[in-house]
Ligand binder design. Structure first.
Ligand SMILES: NC(=O)c1ccc[n+]([C@@H]2O[C@H](COP(=O)([O-])OP(=O)(O)OC[C@H]3O[C@@H](n4cnc5c(N)ncnc54)[C@H](O)[C@@H]3O)[C@@H](O)[C@H]2O)c1
Length: 245
């Protein structure tokens, strides 16, 4: 299978795209660690994977808590011995709040989850990847990291920040055999935006529909696998064509 012998941490793996990524990674042979704030749903997701014959562990993690992140890495190493893939997927949305509608505390909330936690967890995982001679990091950005209008002020800025950070990582740690890329989903039907979906028109999307979590998960599997071994610092839109016009 495409991810045999790989150990993958997926943040926000209890719901939406993260859950689909956890299931797809496990189906391709990876041992998966689901790191999520929602312990009940993370346990459910891991149990579902195990009952389908895969290998998965749930670790209750608030990605904004540095001790939680240290515990996540330690538990993964204790259980599976290594970390080959990190999918920085956990994220929160700002419901299109403009700059004037965004309080400082809301800005910090979005940035702590969408950006700072990615920096903190990546820094905890990178030394082991460097020591073992390789690894793969997949950051879930957004088309809101490429263009305006697909989120509010804080969300758009946070996703642009993740793309800049991905480029830095890719440029710096490629020499260590670490493959680092970003996925830029368009509107994907998940609980994160379920409440807004009815108000989002599909006529600006050439394929005239929203995406599905499993479609993003397929791309994450490809980027994490050895098939993508010459991809580095790519920002791959998966948006039904939204960003081409
Ligand atoms: N849904 C979309 O249309 C869309 C589009 C582009 C990008 N994205 C990005 O994709 C990623 C996943 O989004 P989704 O739509 O699957 O969302 P979702 O709300 O379905 O899932 C997000 C998961 O992250 C977890 N989470 C939230 N805060 C956390 C924290 N502090 N610590 C640990 N876990 C936490 C939640 O419990 C949840 O399980 C996010 O980064 C989001 O910004 C989503």
């Amino acid at each position: 299978m495409r991810l045999d012998n790989k150990v993958a941490i997926i943040t926000g793996g209890a719901s939406g795209m993260g859950r689909a990524e956890a299931e797809a990674f496990a189906a391709e042979g990876a041992r998966v660690v689901i790191a999520d704030l929602n312990e009940v749903m993370a346990e459910e997701a891991a149990a579902g994977i195990r009952s389908a014959g895969g290998t998965a562990l749930a670790v209750r993690t608030d990605v904004t808590d540095e001790q939680n992140l240290e515990n996540l890495v330690a538990r993964t190493i204790a259980e599976y011995g290594q970390i080959d893939v990190l999918v920085n997927n956990a994220g929160v949305f700002d419901k299109y709040a403009t700059s004037l509608e965004t309080a400082g505390a809301q800005w910090d909330f979005i940035f702590n989850i969408n950006v700072k936690s990615v920096f903190n967890l990546t820094n905890l995982v990178l030394p082991g990847m460097i020591a073992q001679g390789g690894g793969s990091i997949v950051n879930i950005a957004s088309v809101a990291g490429l263009v305006a209008g697909k989120g509010g002020a804080a969300y758009t800025a946070s996703k642009h920040a993740i793309i800049g950070y991905t480029k830095h990582l890719a440029a710096t740690y490629g020499k260590d055999g670490i493959k680092i890329n970003a996925i830029c989903p368009g509107t994907i039907s998940t609980p994160l935006i379920a409440a807004s979906l009815a108000d989002i028109p599909t006529d600006a999307i050439p394929l005239r529909r929203f995406g599905e979590s499993a479609e993003v998960a397929d791309l994450a599997v490809f980027l994490a696998s050895d098939e993508a071994k010459f991809m580095q610092g790519a920002m791959v839109p998966i948006d039904g064509g939204f960003t081409i016009q």
